[in-house]
Design a binder for this molecule. Structure first.
Ligand SMILES: C[S@@+](CC[C@H](N)C(=O)[O-])C[C@H]1O[C@@H](n2cnc3c(N)ncnc32)[C@H](O)[C@@H]1O
Ligand SMILES: [Zn+2]
Length: 330
Protein backbone atom coordinates (compact mmCIF):
# COMPACT_ATOMS: atom_id res chain seq x y z
CA UNK A 1 0.00 0.00 0.00
CA UNK A 2 1.50 3.35 -1.03
CA UNK A 3 1.60 5.02 2.40
CA UNK A 4 3.67 7.83 0.94
CA UNK A 5 1.75 8.20 -2.31
CA UNK A 6 1.11 11.79 -1.29
CA UNK A 7 4.10 13.59 0.14
CA UNK A 8 2.37 16.49 1.85
CA UNK A 9 -1.10 16.88 3.32
CA UNK A 10 -3.49 17.82 0.57
CA UNK A 11 -7.06 17.17 -0.41
CA UNK A 12 -8.69 15.52 -2.14
CA UNK A 13 -7.15 12.10 -1.66
CA UNK A 14 -8.53 8.64 -2.16
CA UNK A 15 -9.66 7.08 1.15
CA UNK A 16 -8.92 3.57 -0.09
CA UNK A 17 -5.43 3.87 -1.62
CA UNK A 18 -4.53 7.42 -0.45
CA UNK A 19 -3.59 8.64 -3.88
CA UNK A 20 -3.83 12.39 -4.41
CA UNK A 21 -6.79 13.11 -6.70
CA UNK A 22 -7.45 15.84 -9.22
CA UNK A 23 -10.23 18.04 -7.89
CA UNK A 24 -12.57 17.21 -10.80
CA UNK A 25 -12.10 13.42 -10.89
CA UNK A 26 -14.88 10.95 -10.07
CA UNK A 27 -12.91 7.70 -10.05
CA UNK A 28 -9.58 6.97 -8.43
CA UNK A 29 -7.11 6.16 -11.23
CA UNK A 30 -5.30 3.63 -9.00
CA UNK A 31 -7.92 1.64 -7.07
CA UNK A 32 -10.92 2.65 -9.25
CA UNK A 33 -13.09 3.71 -6.31
CA UNK A 34 -15.97 5.66 -7.86
CA UNK A 35 -17.65 8.64 -6.21
CA UNK A 36 -19.58 11.77 -6.94
CA UNK A 37 -18.27 15.05 -5.61
CA UNK A 38 -20.42 16.67 -2.92
CA UNK A 39 -18.59 19.94 -2.31
CA UNK A 40 -15.32 18.77 -0.82
CA UNK A 41 -16.81 15.39 0.15
CA UNK A 42 -16.29 12.23 -1.89
CA UNK A 43 -19.73 10.63 -2.00
CA UNK A 44 -19.36 6.89 -2.54
CA UNK A 45 -23.07 6.19 -1.89
CA UNK A 46 -24.44 8.82 -4.27
CA UNK A 47 -28.04 8.01 -5.17
CA UNK A 48 -27.73 4.29 -4.44
CA UNK A 49 -30.59 2.94 -2.30
CA UNK A 50 -29.64 2.21 1.31
CA UNK A 51 -30.74 -0.52 3.68
CA UNK A 52 -33.96 0.68 5.39
CA UNK A 53 -32.55 1.09 8.91
CA UNK A 54 -29.42 2.86 7.63
CA UNK A 55 -31.70 5.12 5.59
CA UNK A 56 -33.79 5.89 8.71
CA UNK A 57 -30.63 6.73 10.64
CA UNK A 58 -29.43 9.01 7.84
CA UNK A 59 -32.81 10.79 7.79
CA UNK A 60 -32.60 11.20 11.55
CA UNK A 61 -29.13 12.83 11.35
CA UNK A 62 -30.29 14.95 8.42
CA UNK A 63 -32.74 16.57 10.85
CA UNK A 64 -30.23 16.66 13.70
CA UNK A 65 -26.63 16.53 12.48
CA UNK A 66 -24.45 15.49 15.40
CA UNK A 67 -22.71 17.03 17.26
CA UNK A 68 -23.23 20.24 15.20
CA UNK A 69 -21.33 23.53 15.23
CA UNK A 70 -22.12 26.74 17.09
CA UNK A 71 -22.56 29.78 14.78
CA UNK A 72 -19.21 31.42 15.69
CA UNK A 73 -17.10 28.25 15.52
CA UNK A 74 -13.86 28.51 13.61
CA UNK A 75 -10.49 26.76 13.64
CA UNK A 76 -9.23 28.70 16.65
CA UNK A 77 -12.34 28.09 18.80
CA UNK A 78 -12.44 24.39 17.91
CA UNK A 79 -8.76 23.96 18.69
CA UNK A 80 -9.16 25.83 21.96
CA UNK A 81 -12.21 23.80 23.00
CA UNK A 82 -10.41 20.55 22.13
CA UNK A 83 -7.37 21.58 24.17
CA UNK A 84 -9.63 22.29 27.14
CA UNK A 85 -11.37 18.91 26.84
CA UNK A 86 -9.07 16.48 28.69
CA UNK A 87 -9.97 13.40 26.63
CA UNK A 88 -9.44 15.18 23.28
CA UNK A 89 -6.25 16.85 24.43
CA UNK A 90 -4.81 13.53 25.61
CA UNK A 91 -5.99 11.73 22.48
CA UNK A 92 -4.15 14.31 20.38
CA UNK A 93 -1.01 13.93 22.49
CA UNK A 94 -1.18 10.12 22.09
CA UNK A 95 -1.42 10.16 18.26
CA UNK A 96 1.81 10.62 16.27
CA UNK A 97 2.07 14.02 14.58
CA UNK A 98 2.25 12.44 11.12
CA UNK A 99 -0.17 9.50 11.59
CA UNK A 100 -2.90 8.43 9.22
CA UNK A 101 -6.15 8.40 11.23
CA UNK A 102 -9.49 6.96 10.17
CA UNK A 103 -12.65 8.23 11.89
CA UNK A 104 -15.57 5.91 11.12
CA UNK A 105 -18.91 7.67 11.63
CA UNK A 106 -17.34 11.11 12.02
CA UNK A 107 -20.69 12.97 11.95
CA UNK A 108 -20.10 16.71 11.61
CA UNK A 109 -16.40 15.95 12.18
CA UNK A 110 -15.47 18.04 15.22
CA UNK A 111 -13.16 15.31 16.48
CA UNK A 112 -11.61 14.72 13.05
CA UNK A 113 -11.19 18.48 12.49
CA UNK A 114 -9.61 18.92 15.90
CA UNK A 115 -7.08 16.16 15.24
CA UNK A 116 -6.35 17.62 11.81
CA UNK A 117 -5.85 21.15 13.16
CA UNK A 118 -3.78 19.95 16.11
CA UNK A 119 -1.54 17.85 13.84
CA UNK A 120 -1.19 19.56 10.45
CA UNK A 121 1.09 16.75 9.22
CA UNK A 122 -1.44 14.04 9.99
CA UNK A 123 -3.82 12.78 7.35
CA UNK A 124 -7.32 12.27 8.68
CA UNK A 125 -10.10 10.48 6.83
CA UNK A 126 -13.60 11.05 8.19
CA UNK A 127 -16.28 8.71 6.89
CA UNK A 128 -19.99 9.03 7.58
CA UNK A 129 -23.21 7.90 5.96
CA UNK A 130 -25.09 11.17 6.39
CA UNK A 131 -24.88 13.68 3.57
CA UNK A 132 -26.18 16.58 5.68
CA UNK A 133 -23.70 16.00 8.55
CA UNK A 134 -20.85 15.87 6.05
CA UNK A 135 -22.02 19.08 4.40
CA UNK A 136 -21.75 20.79 7.80
CA UNK A 137 -18.34 19.16 8.26
CA UNK A 138 -17.18 20.33 4.83
CA UNK A 139 -18.35 23.91 5.41
CA UNK A 140 -16.37 23.97 8.63
CA UNK A 141 -13.37 22.33 6.98
CA UNK A 142 -13.30 25.10 4.38
CA UNK A 143 -13.90 27.87 6.91
CA UNK A 144 -11.08 26.59 9.11
CA UNK A 145 -8.85 26.00 6.05
CA UNK A 146 -8.16 22.41 6.99
CA UNK A 147 -6.30 20.70 4.15
CA UNK A 148 -5.41 17.36 5.77
CA UNK A 149 -8.93 16.04 6.37
CA UNK A 150 -10.68 14.05 3.64
CA UNK A 151 -14.42 13.64 4.14
CA UNK A 152 -16.16 10.65 2.59
CA UNK A 153 -19.81 9.61 2.45
CA UNK A 154 -19.99 5.84 2.73
CA UNK A 155 -21.70 3.16 4.77
CA UNK A 156 -19.93 1.64 7.74
CA UNK A 157 -20.60 -1.82 6.34
CA UNK A 158 -18.88 -0.98 3.07
CA UNK A 159 -16.01 1.17 4.23
CA UNK A 160 -13.84 2.40 1.36
CA UNK A 161 -10.72 2.23 3.51
CA UNK A 162 -7.89 -0.23 3.34
CA UNK A 163 -8.01 -3.28 5.62
CA UNK A 164 -5.15 -3.31 8.17
CA UNK A 165 -4.17 0.12 6.85
CA UNK A 166 -4.37 2.62 9.72
CA UNK A 167 -2.26 3.04 12.86
CA UNK A 168 -5.22 4.71 14.55
CA UNK A 169 -8.91 4.04 13.91
CA UNK A 170 -11.57 5.92 15.85
CA UNK A 171 -15.27 5.23 15.96
CA UNK A 172 -17.12 7.11 18.66
CA UNK A 173 -20.85 6.84 19.21
CA UNK A 174 -21.57 4.93 16.00
CA UNK A 175 -21.64 1.12 16.23
CA UNK A 176 -24.62 1.15 18.63
CA UNK A 177 -26.63 3.05 16.02
CA UNK A 178 -26.24 0.34 13.37
CA UNK A 179 -28.40 -2.76 12.78
CA UNK A 180 -25.55 -5.09 13.80
CA UNK A 181 -23.12 -3.60 16.36
CA UNK A 182 -20.86 -6.69 16.46
CA UNK A 183 -20.43 -6.62 12.70
CA UNK A 184 -19.90 -2.87 12.85
CA UNK A 185 -17.11 -3.37 15.41
CA UNK A 186 -15.58 -5.93 13.07
CA UNK A 187 -15.70 -3.46 10.15
CA UNK A 188 -13.84 -0.72 11.99
CA UNK A 189 -11.45 -3.13 13.74
CA UNK A 190 -10.47 -4.60 10.37
CA UNK A 191 -9.04 -1.22 9.27
CA UNK A 192 -6.52 -1.11 12.14
CA UNK A 193 -2.94 -1.92 11.12
CA UNK A 194 -1.10 -4.67 13.02
CA UNK A 195 0.14 -3.10 16.25
CA UNK A 196 -2.26 -0.18 15.75
CA UNK A 197 -4.89 1.29 18.03
CA UNK A 198 -8.68 1.20 18.01
CA UNK A 199 -10.59 3.89 19.91
CA UNK A 200 -14.15 2.61 20.15
CA UNK A 201 -16.93 4.57 21.88
CA UNK A 202 -20.26 2.87 22.57
CA UNK A 203 -23.22 2.98 24.96
CA UNK A 204 -22.29 0.66 27.78
CA UNK A 205 -25.19 -1.20 29.41
CA UNK A 206 -24.44 -0.22 33.02
CA UNK A 207 -23.16 3.25 32.13
CA UNK A 208 -26.38 3.93 30.22
CA UNK A 209 -28.73 2.45 32.83
CA UNK A 210 -29.56 5.76 34.49
CA UNK A 211 -30.25 7.38 31.12
CA UNK A 212 -32.62 4.54 30.19
CA UNK A 213 -34.56 5.17 33.42
CA UNK A 214 -34.53 8.94 32.83
CA UNK A 215 -35.79 8.45 29.28
CA UNK A 216 -38.53 6.06 30.44
CA UNK A 217 -39.66 8.58 33.11
CA UNK A 218 -39.68 11.29 30.46
CA UNK A 219 -41.97 9.17 28.30
CA UNK A 220 -44.31 8.66 31.25
CA UNK A 221 -44.65 12.38 31.94
CA UNK A 222 -44.66 13.32 28.24
CA UNK A 223 -41.47 15.45 28.20
CA UNK A 224 -37.77 15.21 28.97
CA UNK A 225 -37.01 15.77 32.64
CA UNK A 226 -34.37 18.48 32.34
CA UNK A 227 -33.20 18.52 35.95
CA UNK A 228 -32.21 14.85 35.66
CA UNK A 229 -30.03 15.48 32.60
CA UNK A 230 -26.69 17.30 33.08
CA UNK A 231 -26.64 18.49 29.46
CA UNK A 232 -30.17 19.93 29.62
CA UNK A 233 -29.29 21.53 32.98
CA UNK A 234 -26.48 23.56 31.36
CA UNK A 235 -27.25 27.26 31.04
CA UNK A 236 -24.48 28.01 28.55
CA UNK A 237 -25.86 25.71 25.80
CA UNK A 238 -28.02 27.29 23.11
CA UNK A 239 -31.49 26.00 22.26
CA UNK A 240 -30.37 24.36 19.00
CA UNK A 241 -27.63 22.37 20.74
CA UNK A 242 -30.20 21.20 23.32
CA UNK A 243 -32.66 20.23 20.60
CA UNK A 244 -29.99 18.12 18.90
CA UNK A 245 -29.10 16.50 22.24
CA UNK A 246 -32.76 15.69 22.98
CA UNK A 247 -33.18 14.14 19.54
CA UNK A 248 -29.97 12.13 19.85
CA UNK A 249 -30.60 10.90 23.37
CA UNK A 250 -34.38 10.58 23.58
CA UNK A 251 -35.68 10.04 20.03
CA UNK A 252 -33.10 8.04 18.15
CA UNK A 253 -34.65 5.46 15.79
CA UNK A 254 -31.93 2.82 16.31
CA UNK A 255 -30.00 2.32 19.50
CA UNK A 256 -28.33 -0.67 21.16
CA UNK A 257 -26.57 -0.87 24.48
CA UNK A 258 -23.57 -3.16 24.79
CA UNK A 259 -22.04 -4.73 27.92
CA UNK A 260 -18.32 -4.06 28.23
CA UNK A 261 -17.41 -7.76 28.72
CA UNK A 262 -19.13 -8.56 25.42
CA UNK A 263 -17.26 -5.81 23.55
CA UNK A 264 -13.98 -6.99 25.04
CA UNK A 265 -14.64 -10.54 23.96
CA UNK A 266 -15.48 -9.41 20.39
CA UNK A 267 -12.26 -7.39 20.29
CA UNK A 268 -10.32 -10.29 21.73
CA UNK A 269 -11.64 -12.60 19.03
CA UNK A 270 -10.44 -10.05 16.44
CA UNK A 271 -6.89 -10.11 17.81
CA UNK A 272 -6.94 -7.06 20.07
CA UNK A 273 -5.41 -6.57 23.50
CA UNK A 274 -6.88 -4.44 26.25
CA UNK A 275 -5.28 -1.01 26.74
CA UNK A 276 -7.82 0.89 28.89
CA UNK A 277 -11.28 2.38 29.12
CA UNK A 278 -12.23 6.04 29.40
CA UNK A 279 -13.64 6.83 31.92
CA UNK A 280 -11.60 6.88 34.04
CA UNK A 281 -9.25 9.44 32.57
CA UNK A 282 -5.95 9.89 34.39
CA UNK A 283 -4.69 13.33 33.42
CA UNK A 284 -1.38 13.54 31.60
CA UNK A 285 -1.18 9.87 30.60
CA UNK A 286 -0.52 8.42 27.16
CA UNK A 287 -3.91 6.94 26.31
CA UNK A 288 -2.31 4.25 24.15
CA UNK A 289 -0.11 2.91 26.93
CA UNK A 290 -1.49 -0.38 28.25
CA UNK A 291 -2.92 -0.55 31.75
CA UNK A 292 -3.20 -3.84 33.66
CA UNK A 293 -6.18 -5.89 32.44
CA UNK A 294 -9.14 -5.89 34.84
CA UNK A 295 -10.14 -9.08 36.60
CA UNK A 296 -13.81 -10.01 36.95
CA UNK A 297 -14.43 -8.12 40.19
CA UNK A 298 -12.50 -5.01 39.10
CA UNK A 299 -14.48 -4.98 35.84
CA UNK A 300 -17.71 -5.33 37.79
CA UNK A 301 -16.70 -2.50 40.15
CA UNK A 302 -15.86 -0.23 37.23
CA UNK A 303 -19.21 -0.83 35.57
CA UNK A 304 -21.11 -0.23 38.84
CA UNK A 305 -19.12 3.00 39.18
CA UNK A 306 -20.38 4.10 35.76
CA UNK A 307 -23.93 3.21 36.78
CA UNK A 308 -23.68 5.34 39.95
CA UNK A 309 -22.20 8.26 38.05
CA UNK A 310 -25.02 8.11 35.49
CA UNK A 311 -26.97 11.05 36.89
CA UNK A 312 -24.07 13.42 36.29
CA UNK A 313 -22.54 11.81 33.22
CA UNK A 314 -22.53 14.35 30.35
CA UNK A 315 -21.92 11.50 27.90
CA UNK A 316 -24.96 9.48 29.08
CA UNK A 317 -23.11 6.19 29.35
CA UNK A 318 -20.79 6.49 26.35
CA UNK A 319 -17.70 4.49 27.24
CA UNK A 320 -14.49 4.47 25.21
CA UNK A 321 -12.51 1.27 24.93
CA UNK A 322 -8.95 1.59 23.68
CA UNK A 323 -7.41 -1.62 22.37
CA UNK A 324 -4.26 -2.52 20.48
CA UNK A 325 -4.21 -4.98 17.58
CA UNK A 326 -1.68 -7.76 17.85
CA UNK A 327 1.41 -7.03 15.80
CA UNK A 328 1.46 -10.48 14.19
CA UNK A 329 -1.16 -11.91 11.81
CA UNK A 330 -4.59 -11.87 13.49
C1 LIG B 1 -23.81 10.13 17.41
S1 LIG B 1 -23.08 10.48 15.87
C2 LIG B 1 -21.36 10.43 16.31
C3 LIG B 1 -20.55 11.45 15.58
C4 LIG B 1 -19.05 11.50 15.95
N1 LIG B 1 -18.41 10.22 15.84
C5 LIG B 1 -18.84 12.06 17.33
O1 LIG B 1 -18.37 11.33 18.20
O2 LIG B 1 -19.13 13.24 17.54
C6 LIG B 1 -23.27 8.94 14.97
C7 LIG B 1 -22.86 9.05 13.50
O3 LIG B 1 -22.79 7.72 12.97
C8 LIG B 1 -23.22 7.77 11.62
N2 LIG B 1 -23.68 6.45 11.20
C9 LIG B 1 -24.62 5.68 11.78
N3 LIG B 1 -24.80 4.54 11.07
C10 LIG B 1 -23.94 4.60 10.03
C11 LIG B 1 -23.65 3.72 8.93
N4 LIG B 1 -24.27 2.55 8.78
N5 LIG B 1 -22.72 4.10 8.03
C12 LIG B 1 -22.06 5.28 8.18
N6 LIG B 1 -22.29 6.16 9.20
C13 LIG B 1 -23.22 5.82 10.10
C14 LIG B 1 -24.34 8.78 11.63
O4 LIG B 1 -24.58 9.33 10.35
C15 LIG B 1 -23.83 9.81 12.64
O5 LIG B 1 -23.20 10.90 12.02
ZN1 LIG C 1 -7.81 4.86 -4.75
Amino acid sequence: MPMESISSPSVPFCPRCRRALASDCTRCPDCHLGFSPLGGVLDVIGELPRETRAQNVEEFYTRSPFPGYAPGDDGATLLDRGRRTPFLDQLDASIAPDAWVLDCGCGTAQLASFLALAGPHRRIIGIDGCRESLTHADEFRQRAEISNLQLVRADLFELPAEAQGFPVVISRGVVHHTPDPDLAIRQVAERVAPGGILVLGFYETMGRAFHCVRRRLGKLVGREISFLDPVLRRRDLDAEKKRIWIDDQYRHPLEHILPLPHVLSVLNSLGFQWVRTVPPLALGTDLFEATPPLGTSALCARRWGWAWQGINDPDAGLVIVIARKNAGPS
